[in-house]
Structure formats: C-alpha cells, structure tokens
Design a protein around this ligand. Structure first.
Ligand SMILES: [Zn+2]
Length: 380
C-alpha cells in the first residue's frame, strides 16, 4: 500500500500517517479512537479529515484499461478495494463515450454530405417521390419548409397508415437524396455494430429538405393546379400508389386487431396478396370487416382448441381469403366499418384521396375501381 500525503502541514501529515499505518500482518496499527485521542480530535471526524489530506493506492488495484491505480481516501473504501480490481475507471468510460459520440457524429456528417452532393433536379422528380415528400412535409414538417421532425415524436398514422410503411416512405426520400439527416439528430438514433457497420433508426432522425424553399413551394403548388392534377390521376404510377396506401391501411388495421386479441403475425407476401385481392372488389372499410371477423374467428379457434397462438394467427389470412370468396360468390352486401379511433387518416392518404382525387377519405370508403373509373372513363 502506497501513501500519498497532500498537505505540507506536518501535524496534519502525521495524523494521516497514523491513520494509514499498518502492522506487518496488514492490520491497521491504530484504532480511530486512539488517533482521535492522540491528536485531540473527535473520533467521527478523523476519517473525513484524513480523506481531505491523503490517499492510498496499490499497484494491483487499478483500472483494467489505463492501468491507473485507484485512490482510496478512507479505510472503509480501502477495505472494499477488491471490487475495484480491473474495473474500468470513470476517465476511461468518459473517453470511450466521447469516442462513440464522435464516431456517430462523423457518420451523420458523412451521410449528410453524400446526400448533399447528389441533390436531385426538381424538374426530374418522379410522382412517387413528389407525393411522399409532400406527405412528409405535411405530416412532420415545420412552418418554414426546412425541417422534418422525428417520426417517433408523432402519433401513429401521422405520415402513412402503417409504421412499416412510414419507414419505407422515409427510406425512399433518403435514397433519392431528398432528405438530409440533421446534424443535430439524437446520437441514440445511430447504433454502431461490429466490423465498422452501423444502423440508423429513421424514426429517431430529424431531416432537412434537400430542395430549397422555392422549389418546395413550387412542388406544393403543383398539387393545386387542376391541369397537372388531371394528369396525375391518369398515371399508372399514381394508381399503384393508391393501391399501396389502401393495402397498408388494411395491414395497419390487421396488426392492431391481432394485437387486441394478443395474436402476432408479421404480414408477408401471402397476406399482402390476399388483401390486395380483396381490395380489387371491396373498399378498405369493407376489408376491415373481413379482417375483424377473421381475427375474431382465429381467436375463438385458439380458445377452444389446443392449437398454438402462432397457428391461430396463421389461420387469419386463410379466413380472410375464404370470407371474401364467399362474399363474392353469394353476392353478399359486406357491411363497411368505420375508421378505427387509433388509426386516423394519414397525410399520405389525404394527399392521394382528398387532394388529388377530390374525395372525403374516399380511399377508405370506396373501392379503388370506383374512384379511378370516375376519373378515367376511357378505361371502362
Ligand atoms: Zn482507466
């Protein structure tokens, strides 16, 4: 044990030396009471006094990284010393934290710069990018048309009808260099992995718009120009977007209803296909009915049979498909549902179905073939 005295005062130094003196067996030579009596002090102040004027250290009790020995100010700290063996010291932890923060800041800067160097020409933007951008601005944008706030700061269905779709929209805009990650993005949004890989949680990121405010204003104005809008309605790309939004409307509802019944299913290609088939004939409001009934049946099936929750969840898609076939074959009048309180109309849906198609949430109420037929008599 090495003693370091921090005072020039001889008397104080002697008190410290008495406090820390050990016998050959490694016991403390003097009791606290004896030190107090010898120096005319109250026993309970001795340790505090010594702590201010000295510390001890040992070579074998040091930080596992920088090998700096730990310092002990009192006997009780010293007696706990084995807990410190090879523990990483605060300075090393702080340095490591700083290095991680610097690395993340560097990655954010690099992402931003590479997007800045590839800003697209507003004149050549495709329709999907325009509509996604408009939805992002409307849902998450600030008043100045400069910043897109983090998706996770908003309730569900703010941007699009489904959380997976939200991320797809943001990813599309990033890949097309329309969104620049904000340098002030929370560092928790970036996760570092082994082998220099990293991932970014898009929901946590704030963005700036790559296009300047004038271009953004011009883009917004396009959607108020009846002639341009007329052209948009005819575009196959637009019809595909309508289908995608309606599909995601149903997927969002399916996930919510499954959760209500404590069943879990990650909808894949099969589910998408079945629901898309339903949407060829029925409105989203009617497909909600199929989904609700199919999930209720699956939950009942789970309750009365010895099947697993997974099997029950997997039966939902088959149920939807069968119910739809029956409804079509028997020409049933399928009762439309109302919107779920927790799944309000999203920005993306409003732009497509209200702004462009001029309906009041028609994407929910009407089958797509009715909406598009109205718009495009040539396709009859
Ligand atoms: Zn250290």
């Amino acid at each position: 044990m090495q003693l370091e005295i921090l005072t020039d005062d001889e008397l104080n130094a002697r008190i410290c030396a008495d406090y820390w003196r050990q016998t050959e067996e490694g016991e403390f030579a003097l009791k606290i009471r004896e030190i107090a009596t010898a120096h005319g002090m109250k026993p309970h102040v001795v340790s505090k006094f010594v702590e201010r004027h000295a510390f001890v250290w040992r070579e074998d009790i040091c930080c596992g990284r920088c090998k700096q020995p730990y310092r002990f100010g009192t006997r009780s700290q010293y007696q706990e010393r084995r807990w410190f063996q090879n523990r990483i010291c605060k300075a090393c932890i702080d340095a490591e934290r700083q290095a991680i923060a610097d690395e993340k800041r560097g990655l954010i800067l690099k992402m931003r710069q590479s997007a800045e160097n590839n800003t697209p020409d507003p004149a050549t933007l495709d329709l999907t990018s325009k509509i996604y951008l408009l939805a992002a601005i409307q849902a998450l944008g600030d008043e100045q048309f400069t910043t897109i706030e983090p998706l996770d700061d908003y309730p569900t269905c703010t941007l699009s009808p489904d959380s997976v779709y939200d991320h797809k929209v943001l990813r599309h805009l990033i890949d097309n260099h329309l969104l620049l990650i904000c340098l002030g993005t929370r560092l928790e949004a970036v996760e570092l992995h082994e082998d220099d890989r990293f991932s970014v949680d898009l929901g946590e990121c704030a963005f700036n718009l790559a296009l300047d405010a004038d271009h953004v204003t011009a883009l917004v104005n396009e959607f108020f120009d009846e002639e341009i809008i007329q052209g948009v309605r005819q575009a196959p790309e637009f019809v595909a977007l309508c289908k995608e939004v309606q599909l995601n409307e149903c997927l969002g509802f399916l996930k919510t209803i499954l959760e209500d019944h404590q069943l879990y299913l990650s909808p894949g290609e099969k589910t998408r296909q079945v629901i898309s088939q339903c949407l060829e004939k029925f409105s989203v409001a009617q497909v909600y009915n199929f989904i609700w009934r199919a999930t209720k049946d699956a939950a009942a099936y789970y309750m009365r049979s010895s099947i697993s929750k997974r099997q029950a969840a997997n039966s939902v898609v088959g149920n939807i498909s069968r119910n739809m076939e029956r409804a079509v074959a028997n020409d049933w009048d399928v009762k439309p549902f109302h919107r779920n309180y927790n799944l309000p109309q999203s920005s993306l849906s409003r732009i497509i179905f209200n702004m462009v198609l001029g309906t009041d949430d028609g994407g929910f109420e009407c089958p797509l073939h009715e909406l598009i037929k109205q718009e495009n008599p040539l396709s009859v």
